[in-house]
Design a protein around this ligand. Sequence first.
Ligand code: G3H
Ligand code: ZN
Length: 277
Amino acid sequence: PLVSGAEVVLSAAKAGRGAGAFNVIQLEHAIALIAGAEQVGAPVILQISENAVKYHGALKPIGVATLAAAAASTVPVVVHLDHAMDRDLVTEAVSLGFTSVMFDASKLEYADNVRATAEVTAFCHDHGVFVEAEIGEVGGKDGVHAPGARTRPDEAAAFVDATGVDALAVAVGSSHAMTERTAELDFELIGQLRAAVDVPLVLHGSSGVADADLTRAVEAGMTKVNIATHLNNVFTDVVRQVLAEQPALVDTRKYLGPARDAVAAEVARLLTVLKAV
Ligand code: G3H
Ligand code: ZN
């Protein structure tokens, strides 16, 4: 079923488990992510980013399809709006029935980030929607990797108090869109943030993090772990391989289907690595 962000993220944080959050671009992703979670019986977070909305030209078609897939699942599924900078998009996601939102004003100055995030949080809470925000910008979304960005624990704690957000994305050494799993996480900082901040912590750019470090990050205090690029890699590898082997193939199901199934298997594996089960 479709469940609230609070149900999955807060219970994972309490139990010291990770919560896997994976991005939906095509409908195949939504189906694959749910299938993978069902294989291991774990809850899962399906997230649609503002960038993916720009690709589709609108939120509603992919959003409604993802919500319908979530409603039909046998495991708890959260449908989350990822990296939203546009407040109208937040309003639309809430009205469509998304159960979680990330409002990303991390590019703004601290005081402006606080003001905008507090307003969006109040609106989402009026509608029972879970809110994630970011402090200390995790780079890489614009192709510029910034693995050196760090969130200060005192600023993180003050930000949560001032905004009322339910979960906090922090910069601890990962960077978005890495295709090699070579990120070096600052585990000491994760521990300090865990001690300073009383809401669940979110790791972005986790495609760059190796399996053992994903587990260690959860053990050190991260809860929601966002992985997108790595699964696109898995998906596209299969498409490339099938098309290379069968150059005459034209039925899209014949290469998207195997790619979807490979993503499902990798999600099942990652959920175990993240201690989400
Ligand atoms: O919000 C989404 C993520 O942070 C995913 O980042 O593509 O580097 O795994 P990634
Ligand atoms: Zn991210």
